[in-house]
Design a protein around this ligand. Sequence first.
Ligand SMILES: [Zn+2]
Length: 484
Amino acid sequence: EQLHYVQATHDRRFSEDLHDPWLTVLLPRPVAAGERFVLEIAYEAELIERLRDASGYLLKDTGLWIPRHPDNRRRRFDLTFRVPERFRISSGGALLDERVEDDTRIMRWVTNRPVRGTMSFHMGRFEVDEVTREGLPPIAVYADRNHVGFAPGNREKTLEDLIGSLRTYIDYFGPYPFDSLAVTETRSSGGQAFPGLVLLTFHVFGALHTGESELFRAHEVAHQWWGAGADWESYRDQWITEGFANYSAALYVLSGLGEEDQFRDMLDAWRLDALGEVNVGQGFGKRYGFVPAVVRESDGNESGALVVGFRLRTTDTPFDYRLIVYEKGAFVLHMLRMLLMDLETGDDGRFRDLMRGFMDAYVGGVTNTRAFEAAVTEAFGEPMDWFFDQWVYGVDVPTYRPDLEVSPLRDAREPFVLHGRVRQEDVPPGFRSSVPIRLEFRDRDPIVRRILIDRPEVDVEIPIPAEPTRIEFNYLHGVLARVR
Ligand SMILES: [Zn+2]
């Protein structure tokens, strides 16, 4: 059959063509639904750039180098690479075949089932570590042989974070969605995830304990669930990919590494960023959140709602897409977890059930904000539109002014009472939150009580069993708020 394509030649470079790299093919006749019709596309391009210091290679475009149908449907990848013998290729799926013929290394990578999104690869002179652990997919780590920064123990630390974050996510989100995981050190500056493949910048590959590096590695692994596993439908849903991956990484720090202080630091940094309050001493390689120079250029929460997605990035607010979608997005998921958590035991089983059920319903497909709201509504057993209106579609952040004290009670079942009032400001009428208060005592277990704040001023009167030694208002950052 005679096929026609509209562009007979396609000689622009990929890098100039990111926004319109389309090839239009005219089929010779109508094709029935379900009919198999093979299109063979042959093309060549300069995909790989050699670094100036000759120590490595970069893929010019990690996602658009491979032909894909514009509707981003599910597909299998069957990729054969031919490279000079001294190089290796890492990719996603299973390495079905590797052999050398006449100084050429031939490697064939195949995904065993249809996956969403696109696929990538990386070329380099790699040291390959293959790791198997009970209950985990096989992990292969492709470390650049030219990497100069490896001190003893660094690669082990990276591997530990990969293994630990996989375990945390299987626990929180359900089975790993692919057959294996290849993690590759790249010479670029970011990280990116594809089905069964994580590209990880050399900056954090092998970096020791900095907090930020653990978060970065775990964030990219989380994309195996959020992004590669369940894809986002439109830019309005991207917070489900990036915000969720960020919070997943925080959960690894909390439950995988057992670092509750770091977990709190992260939440506080994200909170201050969203509020546009500079938090000195934070940033890459130090702690969490953005550096002060970035926060000064940001409109913070007022930049727009989560669902505005990448459009939050404007010439006036160049960082607000990342700040809102990644950080506030993570915080919003944290608030849901706090609402579902048994705050006295710390048991977040209901949150895990929500996330596992949601992932199970959409893994291998696409999901969106409405689908997540439906899953949340089911998990709570009551309408949650108020929560989504406030935090996902809205831009308001409350300020709380608690004025609370403890007094003894006579002739009452509980000998003390926590009483006073909490004022709520900076939000429209009807804005509501359930703010947890934790009370510690000298010789009994702490208790946590929630206060529903849905008016400019609410009275508080909570009977308590003893005189508290410490009162924590808005325990564990239960609500994104200023507390004055
Ligand atoms: Zn990400």
